[in-house]
Write a protein that binds this ligand. Structure first.
Ligand code: ZN
Length: 121
């Protein structure tokens, strides 16, 4: 057996126990498959007032987690001016009975910290 074969281990998702080829790591560093990442993000965001998601500049119609297994449509966005980076993008979405608002001023990052507003849907 050569060294390449030795490192080809089978990875099981810690949540659903299925064998997964594409996986991320949870907070404890355990392997978790992309669909389970999405379920976990859904639960964690419901228990949060601030949650970080990605909004791709190529698709500003939705916010998603890193693997794309958890997606929320953006119902309103606004591009404004920011004195440091030039542009500020604001996004609003509905989740868990609340309106969430986030913005991004960075040219290099697609991460957006969404905050739960007091507005209830
Ligand atoms: Zn899984």
């Amino acid at each position: 057996m050569n060294s390449l074969q030795q490192i080809q281990e089978v990875t099981h998702c810690i949540e659903c126990k299925n064998i997964c080829e594409d996986f991320g790591l949870n907070r404890s560093g355990e392997s978790i498959c992309y669909p389970c990442c999405g379920k976990l993000d859904n639960v964690e965001m419901k228990n949060s007032n601030i949650y970080t998601l990605y909004v791709s500049s190529a698709n500003e119609k939705e916010a998603s987690n890193w693997p794309g297994s958890f997606r929320i449509p953006i119902y309103h966005s606004h591009v404004g001016y920011h004195n440091m980076s030039g542009k500020r993008r604001d996004y609003w979405l509905c989740f868990d009975g609340s309106i969430w608002h986030g913005f991004n001023c960075s040219k290099d990052s697609e991460l957006v910290n969404f905050r739960r507003t007091k507005q209830i849907i």
